[in-house]
Ligand binder design. Structure first.
Ligand SMILES: Cc1cc2nc3c(=O)[nH]c(=O)nc-3n(C[C@H](O)[C@H](O)[C@H](O)COP(=O)(O)O)c2cc1C
Ligand SMILES: Nc1ncnc2c1ncn2[C@@H]1O[C@H](COP(=O)(O)OP(=O)(O)OP(=O)(O)O)[C@@H](O)[C@H]1O
Length: 383
């Protein structure tokens, strides 16, 4: 059986904890006031590759996907470096295969027009303001989205603060404020189902017409399907809610990643022979309860991992739901660190065992299943 520990290589995707820390609510300054551009911190996502294979842009764009925060689309202006580029607007949650194909076309048109490639999203998710009870938990943080966009050649991720004023803009006013007034866009790329402006009244036909009126290039991206159905962030969330992490990964083109701070659990895991890192402060969707095969990234290395999501029904005190990670072939102290977990497959349901010994026997089987599954995954990845 091969060692599932992998040496740490500086890759295109640095570990989450390698990034500078920024306050959780970036739209609020320490005094509780919305801070004004350009005091907003810019987060640079570093990488070695620039615009993906075959790209030959002459535009002097940065070698990172830089996050730019815009608190008020109608009142604040962006830096001139973002002017005259190609823009694609959406939520880009999960940066799935449909988004990837759209963003690659954004890069391509930006190269043709010799301008920056810009992805633009709204934070918080508009539904959080419109119907707070229905707001979905996100698949990816903004930082993670930027990290995923870098190999696709996106120069800037513009994050516009969602406000009621912004949601009240008509499609025409939205087009004027953001795409003309602010970004001075020379090209726009969107998928066929794109809607914009108050009550989502603007559609692709209207956008195309507006672009024609203002001499802006417009390209409609082909919608990407999986199993005959359109890929969407909503569909991926639904798969994760059902524990189908493999189906979610197929649609995203990468496993679902969850990061958290390692905290103290009940200290029971080590007595069972399987110590676990308990994760807190998780900002993204947690898949359905169950036992999963995953890769865990400590910042110093990547390890195969058996992940337990849910309660510990075997123990009387185990009623609350937890995220527990057992790193295979690891010994060390992870308390206080950030740990990232990439979900590969679901192994089984959570069960109640007659005794701690029966649970330990099951855990031994689980680790074997996880190893096998990760070895297959590794082989598949290297093809
Ligand atoms: C791979 C794996 C599978 C697990 N499956 C179950 C399970 O089916 N039922 C259960 O009660 N606990 C399960 N557990 C959780 C253990 O009960 C838990 O790790 C133990 O109680 C330690 O808790 P602590 O980290 O808070 O000390 C599992 C843990 C791991 C790592
Ligand atoms: N499957 C897809 N193929 C190609 N483009 C897509 C696909 N899904 C979305 N897009 C396009 O990506 C841009 C961003 O879309 P957005 O992030 O809002 O989409 P989504 O994944 O459908 O999300 P949600 O499920 O929350 O509606 C839009 O132009 C949209 O048309």
């Amino acid at each position: 059986m091969s060692d599932l520990r992998e040496p740490r290589v500086l890759s295109h995707q640095p570990a989450a904890n390698a990034l500078p820390l920024i306050a959780p609510n970036r739209w609020t300054s320490e005094k509780g006031q919305a801070s004004q551009f350009p005091t907003r911190p810019h987060l640079k996502v570093r990488s070695t590759a620039r615009h993906g294979p075959g790209s030959a842009s002459s535009h002097p764009s940065p070698s990172v996907t830089e996050i730019v925060w815009l608190p008020d689309v109608t009142r604040n202006t962006v830096d001139a470096a973002l002017h005259g580029g190609v823009t694609s607007i959406g939520n880009f949650d999960g940066v799935h295969r449909g988004h990837a194909s759209l963003l690659q076309q954004t890069r391509q048109l930006a190269d043709e027009l010799d301008g920056p490639a810009i992805a633009c999203l709204f934070d918080p998710h508009p539904i959080a303001l419109l119907r707070p009870d229905a707001a979905p938990k996100r698949l990816t943080t903004v930082d993670e989205r930027a990290r995923r966009m870098q190999p696709l050649g996106i120069d800037y991720l513009l994050v516009c603060q969602t406000t009621q004023d912004l949601l009240d803009l008509s499609p025409q006013a939205f087009f004027r404020a953001l795409l003309m007034g602010n970004l001075r866009s020379r090209g726009i790329v969107e998928g066929a189902n794109f809607c914009f402006g108050k009550d989502r009244r603007g559609d692709v036909a209207m956008l195309r017409q507006q672009c024609r009126n203002h001499d802006i290039a417009f390209r409609a991206a082909q919608m990407r399907l999986a199993d005959g159905e359109m890929i969407s962030s909503t569909r991926i969330r639904n798969e994760l809610d059902r524990g189908r992490v493999e189906a979610a990964a197929r649609m995203m083109g990468h496993p679902h990643r969850l990061s958290g701070q390692v905290t103290h659990g009940d200290q029971r895991g080590r007595t069972l022979g399987f110590p676990t890192a308990n994760l807190d402060d998780i900002e993204v969707v947690i898949p359905a309860p169950g036992v999963y095969a995953a890769w865990a990234d400590t910042g110093d290395g990547r390890y195969g991992a058996a992940v337990h999501l849910g309660p510990n029904p075997t123990f009387r005190s185990g009623g609350s739901s937890k995220v527990e990670v057992h790193l295979i072939d690891y010994s060390g102290d992870l308390y206080g660190q950030t740990l990232s977990v990439d979900f590969v497959d679901r192994i089984r349901d959570v069960a109640r065992f007659e005794s701690p010994e029966a649970l330990t026997t099951q855990l031994t089987h689980d680790i074997r299943s996880v190893r096998q599954r990760l070895e297959q995954h590794q082989e598949h990845e290297s093809l």
